[in-house]
Design a protein around this ligand. Structure first.
Ligand code: NAD
Ligand code: 0WE
Length: 254
């Protein structure tokens, strides 16, 4: 029971295909207590049954672009739990129009939205939850290859993930003296809600099967298992790191 007595706060479960769902399942299997965020009433209907299924102790409404909602969430968690040991940020959004065509055509508003939801929100959460986290706490976020290399159509999300990965390093430096670690998992492509309707997604999946060392795509469970490592004392010496869970795709050259 690697996560026995640990309290895990999970942002970004939309349904049972979400990467955050795979993470939550593994956390539960290793004995953690769970709390889930949702965004607005329509998603509450989806998240509540998942929380029940996984024995969640708390669900709360939190749009990560709203500082008041983040503060309210922290208050709710403080009253119920008094502390947080694990914080999972599995949240991203860009306008669909900005995930096709040329990056050069991204509008100022589209850029701001993608960076706000997908990158700044990690800093906002760390800032507000800092006082609830003690030495040994672990923060993690989800990134993608498109942060480091161009991926056709990923566009403004690639720029947002680059900002997210740099934020992980700066947050690791700020929170390190308090014994709080901050890392990212760079996951290979997985068919989730956020991947639905992406033109060329099937081609990306088959490219990975063909080129990645493991000759397969990764699953939510693969990511969940790596998240247990990052959440637990097994990773006590690791912070500011981007860990690839991508069947090895990123290491392949010509
Ligand atoms: P998903 O659609 O299941 O999860 C995305 C989540 O973001 C949803 O739960 C949604 O409610 C939440 N969200 C969006 N805007 C929000 C806001 N303003 N406030 C709070 N929450 C908000 O899809 P997923 O693929 O599980 O994505 C989770 C994370 O994994 C994202 O950061 C994504 O970029 C990353 N990722 C996904 C893949 C992939 O191929 N699916 C690969 C690598 C990384
Ligand atoms: O990070 C992601 C997905 C992020 C995402 C997806 C959507 C689709 C629906 C952010 N915002 C939205 N907005 C919507 O309206 N991934 C890593 C999955 C993904 O998305 C791609 C990919 C891959 C891989 C988009 C283009 C090209 C490849």
């Amino acid at each position: 029971m690697l996560l026995k007595d640990k309290k895990a706060l999970i942002f970004g479960v939309a349904n049972n295909k979400s990467i955050a769902y795979g993470i939550a399942e593994q956390f539960k299997a290793h004995g953690a207590s769970l709390a889930f965020s949702y965004v607005g009433e329509p998603l509450k209907k989806r998240v509540a049954p998942i929380s029940e299924e996984l024995g969640g102790e708390l669900i709360f409404d939190c749009d990560v672009t709203d500082d008041d909602q983040i503060r309210a969430a922290a208050e709710t968690v403080r009253e119920k739990w008094g502390r947080v040991d694990i914080l999972v940020h599995s949240v991203a959004f860009a306008n669909r129009d900005d995930l096709q065509g040329r990056f050069i055509d991204t509008s100022r508003d589209g850029f701001k939205l993608a960076l706000d939801v997908s990158a700044y929100s990690l800093t906002a959460l760390c800032h507000t939850f800092e006082s609830l986290m003690s030495p040994g706490a672990s923060v993690m976020t989800l990134s993608y290859y498109g942060a480091q290399k161009t991926v056709t159509n990923y566009n403004v999300m690639g720029v947002a993930k680059a900002a997210l990965e740099a934020s992980v390093r700066y947050l690791a430096v700020d929170l390190g003296p308090s014994g709080i670690r901050v890392n990212a998992i760079s996951a290979g492509p997985i068919k989730t809600l956020a991947a639905s309707g992406i033109s060329g997604f099937k081609t990306i999946l088959s490219t990975i099967e063909e080129k990645a060392p493991l000759k397969r795509n990764v699953t939510q469970t693969d990511v969940g298992k790596a998240s247990v490592f990052l959440a637990s004392d097994l990773s006590s010496g690791t912070t500011g790191e981007i860990i690839f869970v991508d069947a090895g795709f990123n290491i392949v050259g010509v």
